[in-house]
Design a protein around this ligand. Structure first.
Ligand code: C2E
Ligand code: CA
Ligand code: CA
Length: 234
């Protein structure tokens, strides 16, 4: 499924996040919260993650052929980042689909970035050199180390929905969100807020100059054909 990302200032669609779904004949849609942890444990997340990347690139090609241009953000697991040839694999998938790196954004969590720093840094630099945008997902919820921001070639911070949910009731969350935005801008990073559900949350984030947002207030994640019909047809 694909969830739109919207530019705060213009209200225009600037990207989409690819979110995997498992369609079961009996149970219907199974949430990734249920199967991603198991896939991580068993290592199946590597082929699954590769399927997500391939599917995202193929979809990018379809949208490109229809004259559109925006980015597709793909969630990457720590196990995928452990692959020495990850940058080559990603490059091969883009070539196979015939799309450029401007279509692709890779989302990493702070825990994915923990661990073997030297090889992580090398792989992220290689992805960056391909021209791919790199984001830190769920920012502020993991082993937050501000050293990551200095060390890795990050472009975007995503404010976790736990800091958005209780705006405007929770002053602390508002301060944290505002601080993340201010710090990101000082470091020349873009900020995307996720989990925006109410006009009050959106107004606050806009006032704080958050760059872009996604959330149910605009749309939940949708299958590609519904996404196209709703947001890309005139
Ligand atoms: P995430 O990357 O933080 O994705 C955001 C989650 O928030 C998604 O849940 C999305 O459907 C949900 N969401 C979006 N807008 C709103 C909103 O306004 N309110 C609320 N309450 N929720 C909102 P989803 O799709 O169930 O995915 C859960 C997690 O599973 C993702 O969290 C991500 O960590 C993981 N995941 C999903 N797809 C993939 C994938 O292809 N690869 C990997 N490695 N992980 C994935
Ligand atoms: Ca994500
Ligand atoms: Ca997230």
């Amino acid at each position: 499924h694909f969830q739109p990302q919207v530019d705060m200032a213009s209200g225009r669609l600037i990207g989409t996040e690819a979110l995997i779904r498992w369609r079961d004949p009996d149970e219907g849609l199974i949430s990734p919260a249920r199967f991603i942890p198991v896939a991580e444990e068993t290592g199946l997340i590597v082929p699954i993650g590769e399927w997500v990347l391939r599917t995202a690139c193929a979809q990018a090609r379809k949208w490109q052929d229809a004259g559109h241009h925006f980015t597709i953000a793909v969630n990457l697991s720590a196990r995928q980042l452990q692959q020495a040839d990850l940058p080559q694999r990603v490059a091969a998938l883009m070539a196979e689909a015939g799309v450029g790196p401007d279509w692709l954004e890779i989302e990493l969590t702070e825990s994915t970035l923990a661990g073997d720093h030297v090889s992580t840094e090398m792989r992220l630099r290689a992805l960056k050199e391909l021209g791919i945008t790199l984001s830190i997902d769920d920012f502020g919820t993991g082993y937050s180390s501000l050293a990551y921001l200095k060390r890795f070639p990050i472009d975007v911070l995503k404010i976790d929905q736990s800091f958005v949910r209780d705006i405007p009731q929770d002053r602390n969350d508002m301060e944290i969100a505002a601080t993340i935005i201010a710090m990101a801008h000082t470091l020349k990073l873009r900020v995307v807020a996720e989990g925006v559900e109410t006009p009050e949350q959106l107004a606050f984030l806009k006032e704080q100059k958050c760059d872009a947002w996604q959330g149910y207030l605009f749309s939940k994640p949708l299958p590609a054909d519904e996404f196209t019909a709703r947001f890309l047809s005139d």
